[in-house]
Design a protein around this ligand. Sequence first.
Ligand code: ADP
Ligand code: MG
Length: 309
Amino acid sequence: MQTTTENQTEERREVDVGAAAREALIDDMLRQLDAELVGLEPVKLRIRQIAALLLVERLRGQAGLSAEPPSLHMCFTGNPGAGKTTVALRMAKILHSLGYVRRGHLVVATRDDLVGQYVGHTAPKTKEILQKAVGGVLFIDEAYYLYRADNERDYGQEAIEILLQFMESRRDDLVVILAGYKDKMGRFFQCNPGLHSRIAHHIEFPDYTLEELMKIAELMARNLMYEFDAESKDAFRSYLELRIRQPHFANARSVRNAIDRVRLRHAVRIVEQGGRIPQQELARIDVLDVRQSRVFQAASERGEAKETL
Ligand SMILES: Nc1ncnc2c1ncn2[C@@H]1O[C@H](COP(=O)(O)OP(=O)(O)O)[C@@H](O)[C@H]1O
Ligand SMILES: [Mg+2]
């Protein structure tokens, strides 16, 4: 009889999921993520899933249902400027507010930070970076350079082994994110299956569409307190159409660089004009500020983009 009553009490005991989510500021974080990052729907979805998992883990812990903390090491693949570093920074903050890591900082490293030039230099270097990252996220950019297939005695292998140990032993307080091009990362994992099996989340960052790049440009301009008018916006779209086809196009990073150059031309134009101008002109991007780009000149020399001149 008594056990039945106990079971009934157990069943009736409630957990306030909404309050827990509010307290962890999950909705705020996800809303901010949506507002500040254009596109990246699959990435945002995965972040939402991870946030939910960690919140439920926390509630389960409070209900005495605790299990091992989930492993959250990740791999971000995508072309340059697709938002990998930016999302890693967000991820560190989110993991912190959900109590997964103690500090929530991001340490960015590449091969040179981890691998030494001489015998005995690699282990201390790798450990120093790992220690710095504990309590947060270690982001290893172009992680495949740690491994050199053509050289068995490369010190990179030593760094990988130490990394693996930390990923296992400090998994409750350190998240490692490996980042880089998709194809190179695939080959790297083939040669390092131990590493592959410790990565719980593989997240792909697609290239942005033209429309997304335009939204990113407007967002960046707005954050810098500039604004396109209808004409300069059209010109910037034509600029992007040409720029995308050129070598070394790097998604949102190229947009950022283009905006920087637009600012330069805007400033020069304003100063050269001199005299008294409406205050609003300090914020308005003119079509000329965009059209003077070398990208248009090069295109017209090749006989492209006639309609833009
Ligand atoms: N979805 C996005 N929305 C707005 N800005 C973005 C977005 N993705 C990237 N950026 C901006 O573009 C620049 C390059 O992004 P980054 O994260 O460094 O790319 P990656 O690490 O993949 O090379 C950064 O200044 C970042 O703020
Ligand atoms: Mg980066």
